[in-house]
Design a protein around this ligand. Structure first.
Ligand SMILES: C[S@@+](CC[C@H](N)C(=O)[O-])C[C@H]1O[C@@H](n2cnc3c(N)ncnc32)[C@H](O)[C@@H]1O
Length: 284
């Protein structure tokens, strides 16, 4: 390599990195995402003052402490409040009424299973609090999980502005002004009584921890697209185990379970129930 030239990601190193990413995260990086991987890891090479990708691969292999940084670098964390309005309308207008009619006095447990920086979990929080304010007997807990420790930290802080809140603010101005606290200069957080019902944790969907909590609603949105068909089916089996009998699963709008083997039945596009459910919250 010539002095000061930019390291290039050759086929050999790309294939090794793809294998490493898959082993650590379950994410399969497609050949068309090679430039993305190269660009992101170049920053890491520079920060570590490493001359080329081969040296970085050796560093990752010999330094388990680098794994966290490596994983955080390769994940794609795009998200914002009120993403895909149709599903929020379904949750507010159909799912909640149905769940509450059958579970008065119980706590609704919700899992945002690839929560990124937390916009999805906080959107759920606002909708749940609005429902609670109209139905005093209702209560909810939201758990957000992600494999990227840096986004888990940001989600826990829960401070948002700009594009992250733009759509929600424009499309649901009453909810925004009622439940979001802050200013354009300092950013916005959900109100304290919402925040206390939301927690964020590190979790690799391929290595789920033991837990007693079973969820009535799981949002697994815009993460399946990063996995192979076989890996998607693996994650869906895990999610199925964590869902209540009558639980509902929501995936991303560019995703579908149509060509997968799973124990879910379609309620409406991107909204599913367990195939052994006796009755479900029917989608509009
Ligand atoms: C594009 S974001 C989706 C955020 C949000 N669900 C949404 O739809 O707006 C995908 C997230 O999945 C996370 N992710 C990828 N692989 C994962 C895994 N194996 N376990 C847990 N989270 C994972 C990434 O870190 C990233 O934050």
């Amino acid at each position: 390599m010539a002095l000061n030239s930019t390291p290039v990601l050759n086929d050999h190193c790309f294939n090794k990195l793809v294998t490493k990413v898959h082993a650590l995260t379950g994410i399969t990086i497609k050949p068309e995402r090679r430039a993305m991987l190269e660009g992101r890891l170049l920053k890491r090479l520079r920060a570590l003052k490493l001359p080329d990708f081969e040296s970085y691969i050796q560093h990752v292999n010999n330094t388990p402490d680098e794994h966290e940084e490596f994983v955080n670098t390769v994940t794609t964390n795009e998200t914002y409040f009120y993403r895909t309005p149709r599903i929020w309308e379904y949750i507010s207008n159909d799912f909640l009424n149905n769940w509450y009619a059958q579970n008065k006095g119980k706590t609704l447990n919700i899992w945002s299973a690839a929560s990124s920086t937390g916009e999805e979990a906080h959107t759920i929080g606002v909708l749940m609090q609005a429902f609670k304010d109209a139905n005093a007997g209702f209560d909810y807990r939201i758990t957000g999980t992600d494999i990227d420790s840096s986004v888990v930290q940001k989600a826990s802080a829960g401070l948002y502005n700009g594009r992250s809140i733009g759509r929600f603010r424009n499309e649901k101005p009453e909810l925004f002004s009622r439940y979001m606290v802050g200013s354009d200069d300092e950013g916005y957080k959900v109100a304290k009584n919402i925040k206390q019902n939301i927690q964020f944790k590190y979790l690799n969907l391929f290595k789920p921890t033991q837990t007693d909590v079973s969820y009535s609603l799981v949002l697994l949105r815009n993460v399946l697209i990063y996995f192979t068909k076989e890996d998607q089916e693996l994650v869906l089996r895990t999610v199925h185990k964590r869902l209540n009998q009558e639980g509902v699963l929501i995936i991303g709008e560019s995703e579908s379970l149509n060509n997968l083997t799973s124990d879910f039945l379609t309620l409406s596009p991107t909204i599913y129930e367990r195939s052994n459910a006796t009755s479900g919250a029917k989608a509009a």
